[in-house]
Write a protein that binds this ligand. Structure first.
Ligand code: FES
Length: 154
């Protein structure tokens, strides 16, 4: 696996011909390719572009778009904005945690699901809202949680 990661990382770095200003573009490509930023890939870019590893890590941890932990195939965002919060978003988060046997912020061991909070996805009239990848699940109830998971488990 490490070898695969290193080879993919080298291909991505190669696309940018060693241009040191393209570090963020490379990290975005890593995120797309691996769904997170593997340590081996960060070492590759550090060495190839002669950027100190702590600097690469500081950029990787600064931007919310990047994750240093493997993410699930499906990302669940439970909206915790005011409209969703007053309609029971806390309980819905807890239900997802129980059903998936993980805590918010974590990923299932089979790498199928990551569970995160988000603060208002802009459709408050549909509260409570749960996004799964790009899909909006409106007026989510505790009873709907297992079927939402089932739909994406296939
Ligand atoms: S508060 Fe949840 S969509 Fe706005």
């Amino acid at each position: 696996m490490s070898q695969e990661i290193r080879e993919t990382a080298q291909k991505i770095i190669g696309k940018y011909s060693g241009d040191p200003t393209s570090l963020i573009a490379i990290l975005l490509d890593y995120q797309d390719a691996f769904s997170y930023l593997p340590r081996e890939a960060l070492v590759e870019v550090s060495e190839a572009m002669e950027i100190p590893l702590p600097r690469v890590f500081s950029i990787a941890t600064f931007f919310k778009a990047f994750s240093l932990k493997p993410q699930g195939k499906h990302t669940i965002h439970v909206c915790m904005g005011t409209a969703c919060h007053v309609r029971g978003a806390d309980k819905i988060t807890e239900k997802f945690e129980r059903e998936l046997s993980i805590k918010e912020g974590d990923t299932t061991s089979d790498l199928m699901f990551s569970l995160h909070k988000v603060y208002c996805v802009g459709c408050c009239g549909l509260a409570p809202v749960v996004m799964v990848n790009e899909d909006v699940n409106a007026k989510v109830t505790l009873q709907k949680v297992p079927s939402i998971i089932k739909k994406y488990r296939k």
